[in-house]
Design a protein around this ligand. Structure first.
Ligand code: SAM
Length: 469
């Protein structure tokens, strides 16, 4: 659908390589995809056009070619989608934090649902019942965590996000997707850091110290946690600065220094020092108290993530006497709220701080039948599967390792809920888990946890088929 209303970029002079293109879809990076242009010599490749939206006719200049796609630069929108809008953020076109701010929220959510269906079919050959996506009520001002690279420019420290596809900083003082309570900290913290003589880390030379600013807020109770990721401890008087921040912001519960000395893209290093206060904030999740540290996993859109809980209750159908296995449990914020009388929880998690916080969460919520084991799921799960009726899986983006899928197929649980933030690995894993007929895929529910980006969350419900085991 198109209209001609609304401000459109003015049409510049076109080079010979400018083409009128019809955008038929969106890539996973949020670029418009145009089919081979009319009249092109076959076999022309589809063109990726950042900034273009499905249903639009645009003018683009071809700037390069890869193996599967050509790359185009958007010159003008000739016929705009009715779902195109002015992005609320001034740097939306360059900042790599968001890729869909120029698209109406409803269109984003509908595309994610469609994308999930197509991926299940294309990657896994699966056509399960996919429920309508649970779109978010709050599509801006939702992110409860920010990790911002730092650079010193002309003496001033700037925080920002990387330009799309690069490590070039796009400075921001404010970001409309962040929870306003952490957004409000960016400018004053950068101001204070500018007044020090601490050098920022340079990835090219590996010299300098300050790397990233980390901000976290407890959505429901407003606790704040501030962290610095640095290449070394060479930050004179950091404790004095941290003390002044604790005085200035009464909701700030702690300031943490994480050391990442290695020349790597891995954000957090293995060593952490508490500079002031305590190293975790407390929040509520599904009515339960959850501690959140600088580097522990906690879903970034709390109200949307809480919508998982009734879905997990439905999928797992826990009964007194059941043992629930929570694989990739983090600090167990998804599984603790599911427990009821007579239900045991065994969690598996390899990140030691998360395990400590999961145990703390169990204690804070008065739950005794909880055992959290430190280690790899692939090693721990096989031992526990034979005695457990219900399994919750919430792996990282790469999905399940082959030994985990094999262990599940060797001892399929009666009820299995699989939470995923990557439709492609979900499709692969569901196809393999259901291939021999022991497990049946009952339904898949997409949820929009990440408005303004192409990311999509989903939960799948599998049950052991009658007569198995
Ligand atoms: C997507 S998070 C889910 C956390 C938790 N379910 C939640 O919602 O808070 C994935 C978690 O799995 C952990 N993890 C990743 N690979 C693992 C593995 N092979 N064995 C154990 N834990 C792993 C990560 O440390 C992370 O805490």
């Amino acid at each position: 659908m198109t209209n001609s209303a609304g401000p459109l970029p003015s049409i510049p002079e076109f080079s010979e390589a400018s083409l009128a293109l019809d955008i038929r879809d969106l890539s996973l990076d949020g670029e418009g995809i145009a089919g081979p242009p009319e009249g092109s010599v076959p076999p022309a490749l589809p063109v990726l056009v950042p900034g273009a939206l499905p249903g639009e006719r645009v003018l683009a200049t071809i700037t390069g070619q890869g193996q599967r796609f050509r790359h185009g630069r958007l010159e003008a929108v000739l016929e705009a989608s009715i779902d195109r809008r002015q992005p609320p953020c001034a740097v939306a076109a360059t900042c790599g934090g968001c890729s869909l701010q120029h698209w109406a929220d409803g269109a984003q959510a509908a595309w994610k649902e469609q994308q999930l269906r197509r991926t299940l079919q294309r990657v896994g050959g699966l056509t399960p019942p996919v429920r309508p996506i649970l779109a978010a009520d709050t599509t801006f001002a939702y992110r409860n965590r920010a990790i911002l690279p730092l650079r010193r420019e002309s003496g001033r420290i700037q925080a920002g996000f990387y330009r799309r596809g690069s490590h070039e900083l796009v400075p921001v003082n404010s970001c409309p997707v962040l929870d306003p309570r952490i957004d409000a900290l960016i400018e004053p913290l950068c101001h204070d850091l500018s007044a020090t003589d601490w050098p920022t880390y340079d990835e090219a030379t590996t010299e300098g110290v300050l790397r990233h600013l980390v901000l976290r807020v407890g959505h429901h109770n407003g606790d704040l946690l501030v962290g610095l990721i640095a290449a070394s401890e060479d930050l004179p008087d950091l404790d004095l600065l941290a003390g002044s921040w604790m005085e200035r912001w009464p909701r700030l519960v702690g300031v943490v220094l994480n050391l990442q000395p290695r020349p790597t893209n891995v954000l957090f290093g293995p060593t952490e020092h508490l500079v002031a206060g305590r190293p975790w904030l407390l929040d509520r999740f599904g009515g339960f108290t959850v501690p959140v540290a600088l580097d522990t996993f906690h879903q970034v859109h709390t109200p949307q993530a809480e919508r998982l809980l009734p879905l997990l209750r439905e999928a797992l159908d826990l009964q007194p006497g059941d043992r629930l296995l929570d694989a990739y449990c983090g600090s167990a914020s998804l599984s603790l709220p599911l427990l009821g009388p007579g239900i045991d929880l065994v969690g598996f998690e390899r990140h030691r701080t998360s395990v400590e916080l999961a145990n703390l969460a169990a204690q804070l919520n008065g739950l005794e039948s909880v055992k959290i084991l430190v280690g790899a799921v692939e090693r721990l799960l096989p031992e526990w599967l034979p005695d457990s009726r219900c399994l919750l899986l919430d792996p990282p983006r790469k999905g399940l390792e082959a030994p985990v899928r094999e262990a599940i197929l060797a001892d399929p649980p009666e009820r299995l809920a699989y939470v995923s933030c990557n439709p492609a690995t979900l499709a692969r894993d569901l196809a393999q888990l259901t291939a021999d007929g022991q497990l049946t895929l009952e339904w898949v529910q997409p949820l929009d946890f990440f408005p303004q980006t192409t990311h999509c969350e989903a939960v799948a419900c599998l049950v052991r088929s009658a007569g198995q085991r």
